[in-house]
Design a protein around this ligand. Structure first.
Ligand code: AMP
Ligand code: FE
Ligand code: FE
Ligand code: ZN
Length: 278
């Protein structure tokens, strides 16, 4: 089995990249993709650990893009760290994340919560800043008792300290990734994973859909799988592991999603310039 969606301290995960790979090795996973939000900074360390421990580490990254229903996460696979075009794009995305973290702090202060940008920066430790860092700072300062409570009270979508990220278009990210030989897969679509929604995204460059994900309970898995098959999109899957214990059905344990090794080869066959069937 493999796992094509997980996070490290390079973004909002809690374990360093090498520890994520060590966990994968201990579980007997043959391959993982490290898909940190808006950064490839964890890949070199993960690769080094992967070589040592016999785990293939696929170069990945989780982008956030604009779609008709709002924000969608887009997993890129087979990208290499250090590529000038991708790194320039990601540097801009991360600086917008920093801007947004400051805006969230301003909102929180306006709500009477004593927190500073330094508190959030300390939590992120130089990583791509996300809401989990704000949530952990709130918890550390005693304003909430859990990360979940921070999302529910303050920074979840629709809550008073929520601030949007700047979102590029799907086609902008797809073009960027395709130009470097990679593919893109739509992450955790839940109820949005329909043929009606995915048809236009395929025209904008979507290669695959994440079917297996901890949030795909009930009918979601079947609906999304059917949509992928009927549109001839490849499949990806993963745990969205962030190394933490509690994440309310959106993250799960590494390796828990039963993703078959063959899916990686099928994804690779979609890469521009590959000798695959597409
Ligand atoms: P951001 O990209 O900064 O908007 O943060 C999104 C990240 O926050 C997701 O990738 C999850 O790691 C985390 N997240 C989102 N919603 C929740 C939630 N309700 N509880 C815990 N973590 C969450
Ligand atoms: Fe995350
Ligand atoms: Fe995501
Ligand atoms: Zn993720």
């Amino acid at each position: 089995m493999i796992d094509l969606h997980c996070h490290s301290t390079a973004s909002d995960g809690v374990l360093p990249p090498a520890d994520v790979v060590a966990k994968a090795a201990s579980l007997g996973l043959r391959a993982i993709a490290l898909t940190d939000h808006d950064t490839t900074a964890g890949l070199a360390e993960a690769r080094e650990a992967g070589l040592r421990l016999g785990v293939e580490v696929v170069g990945g990254c989780e982008f956030s893009v604009a779609v008709p229903w709002g924000e969608m996460h887009l997993l890129a696979y087979f990208i290499e760290p250090g590529d000038a075009a991708i790194e320039a794009f990601l540097t801009e995305a991360r600086s917008d994340r920093s801007r947004r973290a400051r805006d969230m702090v301003t909102r929180l202060v306006g709500l009477g919560v004593k927190i500073s940008s330094e508190d959030v920066l300390r939590e992120s430790g130089g990583a791509a800043i996300g809401r989990p860092h704000v949530a952990r700072a709130l918890q550390r300062l005693g304003h909430v008792t859990s990360v979940q409570q921070a999302f529910d009270r303050y920074i979840g979508r629709g809550r008073p300290a929520f601030v949007e990220k700047q979102l590029p278009s799907l086609s902008a990210v797809a073009d960027l990734v395709h130009a470097r030989g990679g593919v893109v897969s739509a992450a955790h679509l839940k109820s949005f994973g329909t043929v009606a929604n995915l048809g236009p995204l395929k025209e904008q460059g979507l290669d695959a859909v994440e079917t297996r994900h901890p949030s795909h309970t009930g009918d979601y898995l079947a609906t999304i799988t059917d949509a992928a098959m009927s549109l001839d999109l490849a499949r990806s899957g993963g745990s969205d592991w962030h190394g933490e214990s509690d994440a309310a059905g959106t993250h799960a344990a590494l390796g828990s999603q039963q993703v078959p090794d063959e899916w990686l080869g099928l994804l690779r066959a979609r890469c521009p310039g590959s000798a695959g069937p597409h």
